[in-house]
Design a binder for this molecule. Structure first.
Ligand code: ZN
Length: 125
């Protein structure tokens, strides 16, 4: 085998590995659609909503954060925190995504495949 051919084959081999790694990377990082919205305040889960049900919910433990769930998306519609980062966060819908409001110690996160019973028992007050 000439050196040129060898280099060509080696290059092709590297390309294939690169493509393989790229596909693997996409598979790992691809997020699943969430099914539930978990509301936690000060590190404690206080509410669990289905992402499929449209609701508006006021969280007012340390200040107001109005959570809106509509059309499979969850977002903070209104808040009276000084930075408004939670409002500017936008909409979340994928498992693992979350909205954080540091001043109010509020975390809204999306999860998927929670069995209803398990999720609600864990959150029951
Ligand atoms: Zn906020």
């Amino acid at each position: 085998m000439s050196a040129k051919k060898f280099i060509a084959k080696f290059g092709l081999f590297l390309c294939l590995i690169g493509i393989g790694l790229f596909i693997l990377f996409l598979t790992i990082t691809q997020k699943n659609d969430g099914t539930h919205v978990i509301v936690s305040v000060n590190g404690k889960d206080i509410e669990c909503f289905e992402l499929a049900k449209d609701i508006t919910y006021d969280i007012d433990t340390y200040g107001l954060n109005r959570l809106t769930i509509k059309d499979g998306y969850a977002w903070i519609d209104t808040a009276d925190c000084p930075d408004k980062l939670c409002v500017n966060f936008g909409k979340i819908s994928k498992s693992g995504e979350s909205i954080v409001c540091l001043p109010h110690k509020v975390v809204i996160r999306i999860e998927s495949n929670i069995s209803d019973k398990e999720g609600l028992d864990a959150i029951a007050k």
